[in-house]
Design a protein around this ligand. Sequence first.
Ligand code: GLU
Length: 304
Amino acid sequence: MDYQAVLDYIREAVEPKFGKGKVADYIPALAGVDARKFGMAVHTVDGKSYKTGDADEPFSIQSISKLFVLQLVMSHFGDMVWTRVGKEPSGDRFNSMIKLEMEHGVPRNPFINPGALATLDLLMSLKGDTKARIRNYLSFLAMNDTVDADMVVANSELEHASLNRAMAHLMRGYGNVHMDVEELLATYCYQCAMAMSCADLALAGLPLAAGGYSPVHETSVISKSQAKRINAVMLTCGMYDSVGSFAYRVGLPAKSGVGGGILAVVPGKMSVCVWAPELDAFGNSYVGTAALEMFTSLTHTSIF
Ligand code: GLU
């Protein structure tokens, strides 16, 4: 399969899809991103990489960070994380609180905002600097020392974090958040503001395609069983309340972020990252979803 030709074809084929979504503006610092950006990168488990368009340009990874914080938490605490969050799709928006009170402060899964806050709260119970731990893990996985948070984006989100703040307080009231809420929010906004490129993220996602093993580092970062379980939760919860139609159209475990990125995993074969900032009504990249749909159709890499 000529993956380079496929990526270059997709970059041209998605052209008519631009202008139909909307760049996230509820975090003011994200509103200024050029809506016409498009990048896509692939890393295979046997060491090949391909990219097209703006694949080397860092963007705000936002909720894709939740995937890596979950890995850190699982590698330190194992299955204990499932006492703090569930593993069911929520059927609600990523920042909804509707079920949170009914379910006594236990979020449906680690990828909706309350679930990510509860997961991060657990990570913060470890000694040491949590922000540095997250940054170091991402820069290690991406083999890129320049990976860092964009503090303009982090501070912009922190100033507009009323919903996330409310969720954190609600969970603290139910005993499912233990840290100081302001410290938790600042760390959460920091993890979401990490700036990485499609090429960085495709490399960082590779262990999920290789049973927890990083072929480039020649070491396991999580266990095989943990990689399997994280992929399962991505498949059922990674694309918010359009997870069903994403599975129908693309057929891969994936995690999206409101910065317009989507990281998808082809188990046993490769990881794929796409970036296009315009979002659909569910907060997922509109053009990015279309690009991944083309990718799995052309390369026959859907898991179904
Ligand atoms: N930082 C964003 C928020 O909390 C993440 C949402 C997302 O990327 O889906 O609203």
